[in-house]
Ligand binder design. Structure first.
Ligand SMILES: Cc1cc2nc3c(=O)[nH]c(=O)nc-3n(C[C@H](O)[C@H](O)[C@H](O)COP(=O)(O)OP(=O)(O)OC[C@H]3O[C@@H](n4cnc5c(N)ncnc54)[C@H](O)[C@@H]3O)c2cc1C
Length: 579
């Protein structure tokens, strides 16, 4: 075992290799760092060839705890320090210096094991935008076959949907779609003149429709369950948990392996014959790159880390979706309030344990709207969702009355943030600065979103249910008052992306090429949400799984699936109309 202070530096890899000749090191073809949404996909696909030895290293534990599997308990995971990195962000200038908590999964399945289980791909124009930004082979027609390949959609396969992939995707059932608040939400959208789409992952993403879920037979459908579990018995796949990777070893601009601390705190070296693949997520991956000497030269030097590759894009370009929650009393007893009482919770928990059915088998996000904030916006930049229960203040404690809450999400941002080092110690979390609302245009769209949500809930269909606006309150109407509330209450939708941006090597803001290969370093790839050149206009789990599927082919030198130039709906008069 090696003393970390002596070998902290990646350029010491040769010395390290010399020492290794005397001491046993683990040898693999592929070493994957992080068993999250992307890492589990890769572990499955790369180990499907029995001749390839694959190591998957995860900092967190096995995903054994009940709350990681019961959909209705998803918020409980956010209180856990075992399963959640629970990062505390830097003071956000656009939020009056307030610091945001950034939850990230720290277990097998990564964030797909603690997320909200919403399943939505993003708009076709997101991917066409990726292609236009320099990512050849990543347009909608190119990624659609991979979205189809990854899913088993309960609504059945067609030219847009897959029916035989590893990940089960459930369309909310009739019982969910006929719940009074869901019916009223959809009807109000129709009355307000918005398009209705039967499939927000199909031909038409714009408008209101059923919100699909990564839930199957009442259980969370993480990538741990859908991808890793079926591969886990393979003798050529090794999974190590409670192991923090501290750096990538490089020699002559080539990745040779990684060094990690095992659960006993011992340093272990794993060598990769073919490739090291970083799937540590939008926070973990840039952190690890920088600790390994790959990042902005000035920042690395400031922390005494020798530079292996000067890539200023590492950690930059951080994207997220800000979230603003509005709360209303409900005039009728149609919410989940009764189910939130202690005895009812126990009864529902027992029902789920015995049958995997009932209230605990859902995330309770059944319908949603993807809308444009105004004329001239090409495709949806706002997401509206409704939850049939409202929480007290900023807590996860339900209000003690019938109430519901609606979420306004800003889905295309102009502000960009940064992940940076606090110091060179791998155990110190990096600094996360999202820069919410640094660009005034973002705040303006959020104000529009709040006003559009109020307009929606003022439609006749909602009159039987909408009581007092508890938050932000009906008197909060001026720009100044809305801005104050945005500053005090905006939270993250947990969609951190973009910190190892994919694109052309000529573009200095990028870190990896269109095959996920790190610029200037051989045998090192990034495959996770950090390579998205721009965040999609919806939740980010589905596109992360898609990109891992696509890059697994690139790693195995399998030609990409044939592109599918399917049509998609765009408002014909988007330039002059909002709806
Ligand atoms: C609370 C929450 C709710 C969300 N809700 C939704 C939703 O409803 N729908 C949706 O589509 N998206 C949602 N998201 C976002 C989505 O889950 C993520 O975008 C996606 O999971 C990212 O996948 P990833 O593979 O990039 O990273 P992750 O899944 O986060 O995986 C990274 C893995 O790497 C491990 N790791 C990190 N550093 C190291 C290291 N140094 N050594 C070893 N292992 C390491 C981590 O522990 C983790 O397991 C949510 C996210 C969160 C956190």
């Amino acid at each position: 075992m090696f003393a970390s202070h002596r070998l902290r530096h990646p350029l010491n890899a040769n010395a390290l290799l010399r020492r290794l000749s005397k001491q046993a090191a683990e040898k693999y073809d592929y070493v994957i760092v992080g068993a999250g949404s992307a890492g589990c996909v890769l572990a499955n696909r790369l180990s499907s060839d029995p001749s390839k030895k694959v190591l998957l290293i995860e900092a967190g534990r096995e995903n054994r705890w009940l709350s990681l599997h019961m959909p209705a308990m998803c918020l409980d995971n956010l209180n856990s320090t075992w399963y959640n990195w629970k990062y505390q962000g830097a003071p956000e200038p656009g939020l009056g210096g307030r610091s945001i908590k950034h939850d990230r999964g720290k277990t097998i399945g990564g964030s797909s094991s603690i997320n909200g289980m919403v399943y939505i791909r993003g708009h076709p124009l997101d991917f066409d935008g990726w292609r236009q930004s320099g990512c050849k082979g990543w347009g909608y027609a190119d990624v659609l076959p991979y979205f189809k390949r990854l899913e088993s959609y309960s609504g059945g396969g067609d030219e847009y949907r897959g029916d035989s992939g590893p990940l089960h995707v459930e369309r909310p059932d009739t019982e969910a779609l006929t719940k009074p608040l869901n019916v009223a939400f959809m009807k109000a959208a129709e009355e307000a003149g918005y398009p209705i789409s039967d499939d927000l992952n199909g031909y038409c993403q714009e408008g209101f429709g059923p919100f699909e879920k990564s839930i199957h037979l009442g259980l969370r459908e993480s990538t741990a369950r859908s991808y890793l579990k079926p591969a886990r018995q393979r003798s050529n796949l090794t999974v190590v948990t409670r192991a923090l990777v501290e750096r990538v070893m490089t020699s002559e601009q080539t990745a040779t392996g990684v060094v990690y601390k095992d659960k006993r705190g011992q340093e272990v070296t794993a060598l990769a014959d073919q490739e090291v693949i970083l799937s540590a997520g939008a926070v973990g991956t840039p952190h690890l790159l920088m600790l390994s000497g790959i990042g902005a030269k000035s920042e690395l030097e400031e922390h005494g880390i020798e530079v292996v590759a000067d890539l200023p894009g590492v950690g930059a370009n951080l994207d997220d979706h800000p979230d603003f929650v509005m709360k209303y009393r409900c005039l009728q007893p149609v919410t989940l309030y009764e189910h939130s009482k202690p005895l009812a919770c126990v009864a529902a928990g027992i029902e789920w344990l015995l049958t995997q059915k009932g209230v605990c088998a859902s995330n309770h996000f059944d319908v949603a709207g993807c809308i444009r904030s105004g004329p001239g916006v090409q495709y949806p930049d706002l997401q509206f969702t409704i939850s049939p229960i409202a929480m007290e203040g900023h807590s996860f404690v339900p209000m003690q009355e019938h109430a519901f809450q609606v979420h306004v999400g800003l889905m295309q941002t102009n502000s960009k943030g940064k992940i940076s080092l606090q110091n060179a110690d791998p155990a110190t979390p990096p600094q996360i600065l999202v820069n919410y609302f640094q660009d005034e245009r973002d705040r303006e769209v959020m104000r529009k979103g709040i006003r559009l949500m109020r307009e929606l809930l003022d439609q006749p269909a909602f009159a039987p249910y909408k009581g007092e606006e508890v938050f932000p309150g009906k008197d909060v109407v001026s720009d100044e008052d809305l801005d104050r509330n945005l500053l005090e209450s905006t939270a993250s939708q947990w969609h951190l992306t973009g910190t190892a941006r994919m694109g052309s090597v000529e573009d200095p803001s990028t870190v990896v090429d269109t095959n996920g290969k790190v610029h200037g370093i051989e045998k090192l790839r990034v495959v996770d949400a950090s390579i998205m050149p721009r965040v999609t206009n919806a939740n980010t789990n589905s596109p992360t799984i898609m990109l891992a599927e696509k890059l697994s082919d690139a790693i195995l030198s399998i030609p990409p699936l044939e592109s599918l130039p399917n049509e998609f709906w765009q408002h014909p008069e988007y330039a002059t109309q909002q709806r």
